[in-house]
Design a binder for this molecule. Sequence first.
Ligand SMILES: Nc1nc2c(ncn2[C@@H]2O[C@H](COP(=O)(O)OP(=O)(O)OP(=O)(O)O)[C@@H](O)[C@H]2O)c(=O)[nH]1
Ligand SMILES: [Mg+2]
Length: 351
Amino acid sequence: MEMGILGFAKAGKTTLFNLLTASQRETGKFAAPGRANVGVATVPDPRLEQLRELYQPRRYTPATVSFVDIPGIRIGESAESLDLTRLRDADALMHVVRAFEDDEIPHPDGGVDPARDIEHLDLELIVADMDLVGRRLERLDKTRKRGLSRVEEFEWRLLAETVLPALEDETPIRELGLDTDQEKRLRGFQLLSAKPLVIVLNVGEDRLAEAEPAAMGIRDGVPAIVVSAPIEEEISLLDRAEQSEFLAELGLSEPSVDRVIRASYEILGLISFFTVGEDEVRAWTVRRGTAARRAAGAIHSDLERGFIRAEVVPWQELIESKTLAACRQEGLLRLEGKDYVTQDGDIMHIR
Ligand SMILES: Nc1nc2c(ncn2[C@@H]2O[C@H](COP(=O)(O)OP(=O)(O)OP(=O)(O)O)[C@@H](O)[C@H]2O)c(=O)[nH]1
Ligand SMILES: [Mg+2]
């Protein structure tokens, strides 16, 4: 699962990408078109850290999430821009919005205006989708004269009667509440406005506390997170004790990049289950709603094939009881079959 970072030029996308993925890609230059940065972020998880303390394992393996960072898109050029193509493979999108003032770094579109950029980017995604849907409809219209198959007819109706009118009305597809069949039909087109979206406002150091995403015309259902890239950079250089002190001074309970990573994980529809032992304490990533047997496949395909039952206990109960044996004795360890829906924070032992 991959999160696509996009936005207009000089918003701080690559700076944020570096912080998220502990990379050192070049920032500040106009990134060459077509060049994308790809990296992996560790998902911070206090639950897993508590389990590490309990087990003191030889190996500790948190969940990860992938990010791809593309050069800033140019207003009005989305449909032709090669770089947007790179985002079609992403499972969700993150719009990094410039909200910091800096005279040395000119905003490519005049003054700094987050609300305008948010509206423009929503529109760029819609225009790119309209282009694609329009071309597909043209082709279907031609075939239509000879008669469409049932599947093609379903697709034609969906595109012509639901999707295109919505886009023309400037409504992103993610807001249409499509049913599973419709979503499946559209999946192949990888429409950008259909992907879940998170907004990250990159504000100046002095404005971290007072930034107000609510006033910025962010569409309903789109989560927004405020970060300040320079502050996050400073935080990342401190050791843990200094970090918490510094964060407390800023009135934050954790680094904002941690929240960005977690929000990404969440919007991708991912949850973690854990396996524990002296050898390894580890988080495994599955989609929300995954049945136990499929979840076992995340660990190893043999476990999926040979799945009989899973022993399951919520992580808090293991922390309280200290050992799986104690959980078993207290009757907290449940035996679940292949159709059990894996819950976020489950400790699983597959048999
Ligand atoms: N003052 C200030 N400068 C920032 C902040 N965030 C990023 N910058 C600077 O802004 C410049 C552009 O940052 P990048 O991360 O390269 O921006 P980008 O969005 O990746 O730009 P493109 O890839 O060209 O679209 C760099 O010089 C950063 O150091 C911020 O919060 N405050
Ligand atoms: Mg960049």
